[in-house]
Design a protein around this ligand. Sequence first.
Ligand code: COA
Length: 117
Amino acid sequence: MIKGIGLDIVEISRIMKANDLNPHFKERILTKNELAIFNQLKTRRQLEFLAGRFSAKEAYSKANGTGIGKECSLQDIEILPNDKGQPILYFKQEIVQGFVSITHSKEYAAAQVVLLA
Ligand SMILES: CC(C)(COP(=O)(O)OP(=O)(O)OC[C@H]1O[C@@H](n2cnc3c(N)ncnc32)[C@H](O)[C@@H]1OP(=O)(O)O)[C@@H](O)C(=O)NCCC(=O)NCCS
C-alpha cells in the first residue's frame, strides 16, 4: 500500500550560490557516505549530485508528511546508489520501504519519492 508521495524541484544555480557562500553547505545536506561519493565527482557533477540529493530529501520529507525539521532532518535521510546506480533510501540508517527517483537538467534537479506501508 502507498503510504505517501513527495515531489520536489530545485534550481541548480540556487544550490551553487549556497555552496559558494557557505563552505559547510554540502556537509549540511549530505551524510558522510554521500560526501564520499560527492568528493569523487567533477565540479559540474558535484553540483548535480548535491542539488539532486537536496531535492530527494525534500521529496522524502513530503512523502513522510513531516517536512524537513526536528523529526526528519537532512542528515536523517541518506540516499546511496546500489551496484547498478539506482538510488536507495535510508532513514536513520535503516532501509526505507519505498522508492526515490532523481533527475537533473542544465538548470534544475528534481526528485520523486513513494513510500510504502
Ligand atoms: C516541506 C518542505 C520540504 C517544503 O519545501 P519548500 O522548498 O519550502 O517548498 P516546495 O515548493 O518544494 O513545496 C511546497 C509544498 O510542500 C507541501 N508541504 C508542506 N508541508 C508538508 C508536509 N509536512 N508534508 C508534505 N507536504 C508538505 C505543500 O503542498 C506545499 O505547497 P502548498 O503550500 O502550495 O500546498 C519544507 O519542510 C522545507 O523545505 N523545509 C526545509 C528547508 C531546509 O531545511 N533548508 C535547508 C537549506 S540548507
